[in-house]
Design a protein around this ligand. Structure first.
Ligand code: IMP
Ligand code: MG
Length: 187
């Protein structure tokens, strides 16, 4: 369903750079994001909901997702830095922007592009939990299921991702490829 046979080197967005294959095409992503929105709507029957996007990777996913959540909500973002230009996590997470919205007493849904080592999330969950939210959960578009020491389960997952370096639909390599409307595996 998600594999594509058409050679993607023809995509002008890639400027001739190598992308191995499309892992999730735009239609597959859209259908799954709609389902996630319905699941999230059902999971929060009452209370205030703050959807907190982890920038930059979640920007496209979050903007599609919130339009499928049929209840009142607020949106804010956090900026953390962990990878730099590398393909592997450094384990050091820096908060470059801290949300100004009040978190206490609200349902917080932290939106991530991908859970890989889980180091970024562990650090953020500890930090956000200290601010006394009513609940704190994670929604990730992709989950590689390789993290061994997650402090918190990921409640909402779009896709169980292959153990490859993925780009597109918000995910980058050295800030490139975020604008691809699909998720592709980098060579
Ligand atoms: P973790 O701390 O190892 O779980 O990685 C967290 C962050 O690393 C994600 O939010 C992404 O920004 C980035 N990352 C992890 N794996 C990938 C990948 O396959 N492609 C692009 N970015 C990734
Ligand atoms: Mg990145």
């Amino acid at each position: 369903m998600t594999e594509q046979s058409e050679p993607i080197a023809a995509d002008p967005r890639l400027d001739g750079r190598a992308v191995r294959r499309i892992v999730y095409d735009a239609g597959t992503i859209a259908a799954r994001v709609q389902e996630l929105g319905a699941d999230i709507t059902a999971a929060y029957p009452d209370g205030e909901l703050l959807v907190l996007g982890l920038l930059k990777g979640s920007f496209i996913f979050l903007s599609d997702l919130v339009r499928h959540i049929a209840r009142p909500l607020q949106v804010d973002f956090l900026v953390a830095s962990s990878y730099g230009d590398a393909m592997e996590s450094s384990g050091v997470v820096r908060l470059l922007y801290d949300p100004e919205t009040e978190l206490a007493g609200k349902h917080i849904l932290l939106v991530e592009d991908i859970v890989d080592s889980g180091r970024t999330l562990n650090r953020l969950i500890d930090l956000l939990g200290d601010r006394k939210p009513r609940s704190l959960d994670i929604c990730a578009l992709l989950h590689k299921h390789i993290a061994t020491e997650l402090h918190h389960p990921t409640r909402f997952i779009g896709f169980d991702a292959p153990h490859e370096f993925l780009v597109g639909y918000g995910l980058d390599h050295a800030e490139n490829f975020r604008h691809l409307p699909y998720v592709a595996s980098l060579q």
